[in-house]
Write a protein that binds this ligand. Structure first.
Ligand SMILES: Nc1ncnc2c1ncn2[C@@H]1O[C@H](COP(=O)(O)OP(=O)(O)OP(=O)(O)O)[C@@H](O)[C@H]1O
Length: 260
């Protein structure tokens, strides 16, 4: 049986006294892929941030957060197992660092390079390889704070992959990417699947959910309200209920799209 690499049990997060994640349990096995969907404010990003230890759950005797078999992590070591793309990270990376510096800093779980970061030729080769893969090589010497959102997103995707992480945590990773870049991104997800990586993505864009991602988690009001195989979850009745609007779903060549 596949090992459970993410074990979150009875996790609650409060902001201003309000539970924005309410007693959520979420388990992921090695090589399993999960897409998290749900309306704005449902708690998707909060769940992803719990997994990368950007935030912490409230203490309760029932609460567990065991990541890669360990309950306690030094956050930099944990991040070396994760490839993260999120709006929050993009905001932090909006600096005068150049594209290549942000990508290579993925090896150190840092944002850009500092005097104590010593990169090797091997790091450099891998940085060049992923920047080509994400069609970002032309952005290598451009400052992050002079890039368009889509250009910066490509840099973040390259950074997330550069250190060969076990788990990709992708929170609305395709936003701002143009159509050809989305196609390329899906190709990369397929490649990650072939390499045996675990993909966890939160998205509003169902076409991001490649055929290899078969488990869908639906969130609403800080809770997981559905969790199961794609064919059971991506149905118009269930999604119409969750989104509070009539939702239409279409499927073409294994990719889905939804609209109201
Ligand atoms: N720092 C904060 N202070 C107060 N409330 C917050 C804070 N961060 C998030 N929230 C609230 O927590 C809830 C969940 O937010 P979260 O970003 O996890 O939702 P989401 O499902 O990712 O939404 P979206 O699809 O809009 O990105 C929202 O109601 C949001 O307003």
């Amino acid at each position: 049986m596949d090992e459970c690499i993410i074990q979150l049990e009875h996790a609650t997060v409060r902001r201003a006294g309000v539970p924005i994640l309410d007693d959520v349990s979420f388990l992921v096995k090695r090589n399993e892929h999960v897409a998290i969907i749900g309306p704005n404010g449902a708690g998707k990003s909060t769940l992803v941030q719990l997994l990368s230890e950007e935030i912490h759950p409230l203490y309760s005797p029932l609460t567990k957060r065991i990541l890669f078999g360990k309950a306690k992590w030094d956050v930099l070591s944990l991040r070396s197992h994760l490839g993260i793309v999120s709006q929050g990270l993009q905001y932090l990376c909006n600096s005068s660092y150049k594209g290549w510096e942000i990508v290579i800093s993925g090896f150190f779980s840092s944002i850009g390079l500092d005097f104590h970061h010593h990169y090797t030729e091997q790091h450099q080769r891998k940085m060049e390889e992923v920047m080509h893969r994400y069609d970002a090589w032309h952005l290598r010497d451009k400052q992050m704070n002079r890039m368009s959102s889509g250009e910066a997103r490509r840099i973040l995707l390259a950074r997330a992959n550069v250190h060969d992480p076990q788990v990709m945590l992708l929170d609305e990773a395709v936003s701002n990417l143009d159509f050809p870049s989305r196609l390329q991104y899906r190709g990369t997800l397929e490649q990650l699947d072939k390499e045996g990586k675990t993909i966890i993505l939160a998205t509003h864009e169902l076409s991001e959910i490649i055929p290899a991602i078969n488990r869908i988690v639906v969130m609403q009001n800080g809770r997981i309200v559905a969790d199961g195989p794609k064919k059971d979850i991506l149905n118009e009745r269930l999604l119409s209920e969750v989104y509070g609007n009539r939702v239409f779903i279409d499927e073409r060549e294994g990719l889905y799209s939804a609209w109201c």
